[in-house]
Ligand binder design. Structure first.
Ligand code: PXP
Length: 252
């Protein structure tokens, strides 16, 4: 039987990281989202963090207005973010843990300990027609807890697996892939839609894409990192041409 299609959600956070490092408007994460869609992305993901270190409120508003594919709004389960999600009504909201000092989302949500806090957020998002996913560690008991909370989707954190791939640690890769496979199988059997992401690269994506229950991957950092090298030569050539064109006495 052919596998079901696998969607790609492109995370544009780090286009905004680069913009904010300099100030101003360049590079524009909404333009990046449009390029991603033109190149075959099925959706766009953006994480509005409490400290607005990359994506800002205006970026999310523009993504909602200007892109014609689903927006997956990554958010902490805070009153502020809930208010923004309920006002903008993105296609999907992915609830993530957020720590002020972390460089990136370090682990999955504590949905066992955080149950009381998460349940009303999941309910309100769901009632507003927003598809809720929970970013979680790939553990069987976590799938049970996600099901009990009534979220339709879980996104399995692939970070530990990806670190093992970077380290070239074959035993660890095997263990982490088995953990992902078990969680995907169990979650799928419970009726959860399974997504995965964090740290995925061209080198590490294959075995995760092979898991039959996985329906969507959300990928950002590696795409933006590679895009620099894929695009650098072209942007240098364009600058050279503009310099030559501006130089008096030189052919354009
Ligand atoms: N999924 C979630 C829930 C995330 O928090 C992130 C990182 O923002 C990603 C996917 C994408 O991870 P990466 O940028 O490492 O591809």
């Amino acid at each position: 039987m052919p596998a079901s299609p696998l969607r790609l959600g492109v995370n544009v956070d780090h286009v905004a990281t680069l913009r904010n490092a300099r100030g101003g408007t360049m590079p524009d994460p909404v333009r990046a989202a449009k390029v991603a869609i033109a190149a075959g992305a099925d959706g766009i993901t953006a994480h509005l963090r409490e400290d607005r270190r990359h994506i800002r409120d205006a970026d999310v508003e523009r993504l909602m207005r200007e892109i014609d594919r689903p927006l997956n709004f990554e958010m902490a389960a805070t009153d502020e973010m809930l208010g923004i999600a309920l006002r903008l009504k993105p296609h999907a909201a992915c609830l993530v843990p957020e720590k002020r000092q972390e460089r990136t989302t370090e682990g999955g949500l504590d949905i066992v300990g955080g149950r009381e806090h998460l349940a009303p957020v999941i309910r309100q998002l769901g009632e507003a027609g927003i598809r809720v996913s929970l970013f979680v560690e790939p553990e069987v008991h976590v799938m049970d807890a996600a099901r009990a909370l009534g979220a339709p989707v879980v996104e399995l954190h692939t970070g530990t697996y990806c670190e093992a791939v970077i380290a070239g640690d074959r035993d660890r890769i095997r263990i982490e892939l088995a953990r992902l496979a078990r969680a995907a199988e169990h979650g799928g059997a419970l009726g959860l839609e399974i997504h995965a992401g964090h740290g995925l690269t061209v080198e590490s994506v294959g075995p995760v894409a092979a898991l039959p229950q996985v329906r969507e991957l959300n990928i950002g950092h590696a795409l933006m990192a590679e895009a620099l090298f894929d695009g650098l030569a072209a942007s240098i050539r364009a600058m050279r041409a503009a310099m030559e064109a501006g130089r008096p006495g030189r052919a354009a």
